[in-house]
Design a protein. Structure first.
Length: 228
């Protein structure tokens, strides 16, 4: 009898962050018996690396697709924080056959034609505009204490996502709503999905950085997702 493929958690960070943002849950998830890989998207390396071409949303989607295809991953539990929700939706639309579940950790859930700019709040649109003034190419790091954050390529926030609808083949879709921060742009998204039978909704009363503020709660949700 052929053994079932081992599941792997692949984590996609949000704006200004790298794969290191998932360090608080890494060891906890590995102990569940599944594999774990946290990716850092192009243009978000720490320290910053030079890139010759403009980095947009397509660049990030292509990078993740290439990682999954080249390493022949399957049974992927594809998770994203914040901005990364646009990336994993684009990835799932291209290679749905490799995806077991999509998990949006306080992340944007887009439809065809959406962009981060379109989905976010006026607070964050203002932040993008003010932040890009320093070089016209990247959005400067917002105030905060984490020193590993780097300026974020502005084109990834602005480009519209083009979807065929193949991502809808993935039936296991989870939204983790962080309900403990006043400036959240995700409340309307939560309200729109809470009675939708196609979605598994989870709420954690914490701030936006769910991995750092509620690692045990998040790990429990992700572990449960592997059994969907």
């Amino acid at each position: 009898m052929k053994q079932a493929a081992k599941k792997i958690y692949i984590m996609i960070p949000g704006g200004w962050h790298g794969g290191w943002s998932f360090d608080p849950i890494k060891d906890r998830l590995i102990k569940t018996g599944h594999d774990f890989l946290a990716l850092t998207l192009p243009g978000l390396e720490h320290p910053s690396l030079p890139h010759k071409k403009v980095i947009n949303l397509d660049t990030h989607i292509r990078y993740v697709v290439d990682q999954l295809v080249e390493q022949d991953f399957s049974q992927v539990i594809l998770c994203a924080h914040s901005y990364g929700g646009l990336v994993i939706t684009g990835v799932a639309d291209q290679i749905p056959e490799k995806i077991h579940s999509l998990v949006y950790i306080d992340a944007y859930i887009p439809e065809n034609g959406d962009s981060c700019w379109k989905l976010t709040s006026e607070v964050y649109r203002d932040l993008f505009i003010e932040g890009v003034a320093h070089d016209g190419y990247t959005v400067a790091v917002p105030p905060g204490t984490e020193k590993r954050r780097v300026p974020h390529p502005v084109a990834t926030f602005m480009q519209a996502l083009h979807l065929t609808g193949r991502y809808k083949q993935i039936r296991n879709r989870v939204f983790v709503y962080a309900s403990g921060w006043a400036a959240t742009p995700f409340k309307k998204q939560y309200e729109a999905l809470k009675n939708n039978p196609e979605w598994h909704l989870e709420t954690i009363h914490c701030g936006h950085n769910v991995m750092r503020e509620a690692p045990e709660n998040l790990t429990a949700i992700l572990e449960k997702t592997a059994d969907l």
